[in-house]
Design a protein around this ligand. Structure first.
Ligand code: DGP
Length: 111
């Protein structure tokens, strides 16, 4: 737990949040500022600021499993996953998270 980390507080249920998926390692929940009709964040319960700070490779497996289970729960067949690393790449919350986006044209690169 990192003090003042909003995602740690969500994972610890200190901020009431409806989870799409939860297991012993990860939770997922809807993004506050959705960029697509479906926009869910998958986070580990353990605090790591970004992909760069992860020291246990199991965390990556837990995150991807959380993505799979989240997609299953929401019946998503096609979706995009995004991980922003660092402010210049658009990271604003420094607790690693995987964005799961669906429900609109998500082809990349656009156009
Ligand atoms: P990123 O830019 O990759 O760091 O994404 C952070 C996302 O987190 C951003 O899309 C908005 C979302 N977010 C920030 N604070 C909260 C919060 O308190 N609750 C929820 N559900 N989402 C949040």
């Amino acid at each position: 737990m990192s003090e003042d980390c909003i995602f740690c507080k969500i994972a610890k249920k200190e901020i009431p949040t409806e989870f799409v998926y939860e297991d012993e390692n990860v939770v997922s929940f809807r993004d506050l500022n959705p960029q697509a009709p479906v926009h869910v964040l998958v986070i580990p319960k353990e605090h790591y600021s970004s992909i760069r700070e992860v020291t246990d490779k199991e965390v990556f497996a837990h995150l991807m499993y959380g993505v799979q289970k989240t997609a299953e729960k929401l019946n998503l067949k096609e979706f995009r996953t995004v991980i922003n690393t660092g402010a210049a790449a658009g990271q604003t919350v420094f607790h690693i998270h995987v964005h799961v986006l669906a429900g609109r044209d998500l082809l990349w690169p656009p156009g």
